[in-house]
Design a protein around this ligand. Structure first.
Ligand SMILES: Nc1ncnc2c1ncn2[C@@H]1O[C@H](COP(=O)(O)OP(=O)(O)OP(=O)(O)O)[C@@H](O)[C@H]1O
Length: 261
């Protein structure tokens, strides 16, 4: 039997607060991600998107259910899953190059291999000339490009991105979307990408997964197949607008439920 790349099997998460009060973040989720999928995840605030991503990353444990990656159960963080967060998570005392090389060194790559990989990804994310800069000397967009380069340099099987462009201004965000897509077209990683931005979700994905109100589950998956190539001009095309209207309505009905609670 052919395995999916990533298999979310009945994953449920209930948080218990300090006084024993329970919050069900996720109801049992069953979901399959195929190799090379670029899945964007949309949904109302607080519906459990980050929780699911953290469970897949192995940073949190499900109350019930399992995550399987390449036919193996996930039980903790691992280099086979790279994570990029909204907030900048670079080591401030390391340069761009050292940040990218950090995980490679931990995994025992030779100095020459570390250098080769970090040079390649620095160039891929357009940071040539900044390898010896420290994070405080970089703009937010450049820091996120470093974080993406660091995640990709580890050659993970799956890249998990939690609102990676959420803190960027709109112009930078649009540039970063194009940059990530071009990097993805070459690396063909399997990507799960949480966002609040519907345009971004449609532009980046081959599938958009829409969460229900909390307790979250994936209530709908919308396939994105543009006939024309994917550049910024599709954002104003009729097919894009049609998808956007459908997805906006789907999220709106969930958000209304959240607000009614
Ligand atoms: N460590 C925790 N302890 C208790 N409750 C938590 C914890 N982490 C998340 N929650 C709760 O689980 C629910 C889902 O949170 P989560 O951060 O996954 O939502 P989200 O969809 O990513 O939200 P947003 O879009 O606003 O970032 C929320 O009600 C949140 O308060």
């Amino acid at each position: 039997m052919k395995h999916s790349k990533l298999n979310v099997r009945g994953v449920e998460r209930v948080f218990t607060g300090p006084k024993g009060e329970q919050t069900q973040a996720l109801q049992p989720i069953h979901y399959q991600v195929e190799e090379n999928d670029f899945i964007t995840i949309l949904g109302p605030s607080g519906c459990g998107k980050s929780t699911l991503l953290r469970i897949i990353a192995g940073l949190d444990t499900p109350t019930r259910g399992e995550i399987w990656l390449d036919g193996q159960p996930v039980d903790g963080p691992g280099a086979d899953r790279g994570m990029v967060f909204q907030s900048y998570t670079l080591f401030p005392w390391l340069t761009v190059e050292e940040n990218i090389r950090f995980g490679l060194r931990e995994r025992g790559l030779s100095t020459a291999q570390q250098k080769e990989r970090s040079d390649y990804y620095i160039q891929q994310v357009g940071l040539r000339g900044f390898a010896q800069h420290y994070p405080r000397q970089l703009s937010g967009g450049m820091q996120q490009r470093t974080a993406i380069a660091r995640a990709l340099a580890n050659d993970p099987k799956v890249l998990l991105m939690d609102e990676p462009f959420g803190a960027l201004d709109n112009q930078t965000r649009v540039m970063m979307q194009e940059l990530l897509l071009s990097v993805w077209e070459q690396s063909r990683k399997t990507v799960l990408f949480v966002t609040h931005d519907i345009d971004e979700a449609i532009f980046m994905a081959n599938k958009v997964a829409i969460f229900s109100a909390r307790p979250g589950r994936i209530k709908q998956e919308v396939a994105v197949n543009f006939n024309s190539g994917r550049d910024y001009t599709i954002k104003t095309s009729p097919e894009f607008m049609t998808l956007k209207a459908e997805i906006t309505e789907s999220i709106r009905s969930e958000t209304l439920q959240t607000m009614a609670h």
